[in-house]
Write a protein that binds this ligand. Sequence first.
Ligand code: BGC
Length: 377
Amino acid sequence: MDKSSARTLRISTLALAMALLGCSSREPAVPAASTKISWGNTPEGQPVELYTLTNAKGSEARIMTYGGVVVSLKVPDRSGALGDVVAGFDNLEGYLTPPPYFGAIIGRYGNRIGGGRFSLRGKEYMLAKNNGANHLHGGMRGFDKRVWSAKPLSPQSLELSYLSKDGEEAYPGNLSATVTYTLTDAHELRIEYSATTDKETVVNLTNHSYFNLAGEGDILGHQVMIQADRFTPVDKGLIPTGVLKSVAGTPFDFRMAKTIGERIEQKDEQLIFGQGYDHNWVLNRTGSGLETAAKVTDPKSGRVMEVLTTEPGLQFYTGNFLDGTLQGKGRVYTRRSAFCMETQHFPDSPNKPAFPPTVLKPGDTYRTTTVYRFSTI
Ligand code: BGC
C-alpha cells in the first residue's frame, strides 16, 4: 500500500470508529452511562454517591444521593461557554452543616406549616418547630438530609427513591417517594416527583436550587417574569394569612418582566416581613399540565431560565437570609447572591382548607413535574 492510501485508510478507520462511538468532531462525546463517583460518608457512615448527567450538547448536572441535591448545573451562556448556575459546595462536608437547603429535594412538606401542627381525620399531628414558632421544609431532618437510593435510567436521567417511615418527623404514613432528574438535549433539567402512602398524610415536594444565571455577583439585575395575578401575603412568621391578594399595583407584580432589584427595597409591609421576596405566587393556570410559571433573564451572560410546572404555586425567594458566611465553588454566598423558584402547593395548606389540598390518600399517587429550561438571548 502506498503512503497516501495508508493515510486514507487511517482517516476512514478513525471516522468509522467515531461514528460507531456516536461522536462528531464538533460535538462533545456523550458518555455511555451517567458517571458515578463516591462522595464520602454521612456522619452515620452511610456512603454518598455523586452522579454526573451529560446531554448531547455538553450541558452537565451533578446530583448526589444525599438530599438528592443538584450539586452543579452547567449550561451555556450566549457565547456558548458553560457556567455553573447553582449555588453549592465543593464537597459533601459543605452540605452537612446547618442548611440553607442548597439544591436539595424538600419534603415531606416544602415550606412552612403554621404553629408546627395540623389535623387529619380528627387527629392532631405535632411537628418540629424548626423555624421560630413554625415548621419548615419537613422538620429537623427532612428529605434534604436523607440518603436516597439511586438508579441511573440513562446517561441523562437518574431516578432517586426514599422511603419515609410512618412517624418520621411526626408525619403519618409510610411515604414512598421517587424523584427523577433528566437533563434533556434542550438544556432542560426535568424533575418528576411521585409518592404513595399507606396512611392518609400530607405531601408537598420541591427542589431548593439557588440560581444565579451569571454564576457570580448578586442577582438584583436579573429580570423576572412570574405568570401570576395573585400571591399569598404572609404574617411576620411568613405564614400565609389565607388571602389571595392581587399583585396589581404592588412590588409583587411580575406579570411584565422587572429586575429583582427594582422594587425589593420598597417600604412594603410584605417585603419587610420577607426581608425581600420570600413569597408564594398563585400561578395562573389553564389546565393540569405543564405550564410556564416564570422566566428569568440575565442580561449580562445572556442566560435565560424558564420554569414550567404542573404545580399551583411558586415560592420566589431572593436569598435574603444568605449573609456571606457560606462559601463554596470559589464563591461567597452573600445576601441576594442567588434566588430560588420552588414550585409547590401553597405554604401551610394543611391548615388552610381553601388552598389546593396537599392530602395524599392510600391508593392515590402524588405526581408533579417541574422543568427548568435554559436558553440564551
Ligand atoms: C423559605 C425561606 C427560607 C429558605 C431557606 C425558602 O423556601 O421560604 O424563608 O429562608 O427557604 O430555608
